[in-house]
Design a protein around this ligand. Sequence first.
Ligand SMILES: NC(=O)c1ccc[n+]([C@@H]2O[C@H](COP(=O)([O-])OP(=O)(O)OC[C@H]3O[C@@H](n4cnc5c(N)ncnc54)[C@H](OP(=O)(O)O)[C@@H]3O)[C@@H](O)[C@H]2O)c1
Length: 344
Amino acid sequence: MRIAIIGFGGVGKALIKLLIDKKAELLNEGMDLKVNYVIGSKGGVYDSDGIDLIKFMDYSLKNKNIFEYPCGGSKDVDFQMLLDYKDVDTVIEMTHTNITDGEPGMSHILKSLQNGFNVITANKGPILLQYNKLKKVAKQNNVQLGIGCTTGGALPSINSGIIELAGSKINSIEGILNGTTNFIINEMENNKTEYAEALKKAQDIGIAEKNPELDVDGWDTATKLLILTNVLMDENKTLNDVNIEGITKIKYSDIQEALNEGKKYKLVGRAIRKENGLDISVKLEKIGPENPLYVVDGKNKAVKYNSDTLGDLTIIGGASGVTPAAASVLRDLININRGFKYII
Ligand SMILES: NC(=O)c1ccc[n+]([C@@H]2O[C@H](COP(=O)([O-])OP(=O)(O)OC[C@H]3O[C@@H](n4cnc5c(N)ncnc54)[C@H](OP(=O)(O)O)[C@@H]3O)[C@@H](O)[C@H]2O)c1
């Protein structure tokens, strides 16, 4: 399988490291992978016989600009070159998430599907904004679109819904879908600290971004919840349909009060089918031990489905991090290679 990697940030680097470390297992799967392109924002690296990943990673650890890599690096290696040469089977899209217009990932994914490449993406923006359109284009071009990383990285969430809940009607989706906010609340609980201090710790150890708004204001949870809702409940909702609350106003005294009641605060994303339509929200909630989400602590996440014929199903785990995220991209790649169809 010939691959193009677009976006060489934290997840892109972790994916290439996994492809190196797991080469023997992948060969056992019958996957002789050749990475023909690694494309960044200012240029990239190309080798029609497959980039030597060990040498390339060694170079990229010491040098910032991959387009200066002596074996195939150039400012001319870009997405257009990939469309002109058409010498890959699968494009892995890992540029930054943009929830306004989805770019640059939207164009990368759409054009890749139109040109007959399978796409696997970690990028939530295009899937949030245009999943139904992208699915249709994938179907028309008889290619696959893997989105397993977009709803919680390593947490088996969207693909579990597609595979394990096939044939049932999902009545509700509930989840702790953001590891950063869960970690911050848990830090406050464990160390009896206020929000600002817990946020600073999360930033110091690299769990929270320097600009943490997308996480702490609830947008990341809302994005993942909407992807799950639109894909699994066959809806076409937007962020305007979600009632969103973040965690920035929580105080240690609130947490203490909840603990005294035997409860914990969690940032819960919830989509429930009601008689008058779908109710979608992201809210800071006190939950008790009767709810399986109660035990989801630290960087972990969880998703809980209720369906008409398969009952309740809760999946817990999938701690945040670039390696688990990259591993969830690899999971989709392996499943597509095995012939599994996300798009039918
Ligand atoms: N980090 C996680 O744990 C995680 C988990 C699940 C999903 N995700 C998603 O996975 C994606 C990648 O995450 P990340 O943490 O690796 O982000 P990141 O470190 O910000 O990397 C994104 C990369 O995309 C590159 N890029 C920007 N515009 C580009 C273009 N037009 N063509 C090619 N490359 C371009 C950037 O290059 P420059 O640096 O040169 O601008 C950057 O290296 C995001 O969509 C994120 O939401 C991340």
